[in-house]
Design a binder for this molecule. Structure first.
Ligand code: ZN
Length: 93
């Protein structure tokens, strides 16, 4: 999993970030740069499956998927794993 940043108006940063915190730092830098010029950045973090997606993507939909959806998916998966473990314990006892 890689990350990049993109907004429908501002476009993408074109970077391939290996960590979520790296993408967050890039987003913060872009926000500061835009504010200095009296504007704001509409970029958000996007999760991409491979580095090429940071540069080649549908310009209206953006690269990959919103990182928020990825985080939510992980929470659901973790919850399911926990439920499975609890059920297995209940069945054994
Ligand atoms: Zn970036």
């Amino acid at each position: 999993m890689y990350y990049t940043t993109w907004g429908p108006v501002r476009g993408g940063c074109g970077h391939v970030h290996r960590t979520l915190s790296g993408a967050q730092a890039c987003l913060a830098r872009d926000g500061r740069g835009c504010r200095r010029q009296g504007g704001y950045s509409d970029r958000l973090i996007r999760a991409i499956a491979n580095p090429a997606e940071a540069r080649a993507y549908d310009v209206t939909r953006g690269p990959g998927q919103p990182a928020k959806a990825v985080r939510l998916e992980r929470v659901v998966m973790a919850t399911e794993a926990l439920t499975d473990a609890l059920m297995a314990r209940l069945i054994r006892s």
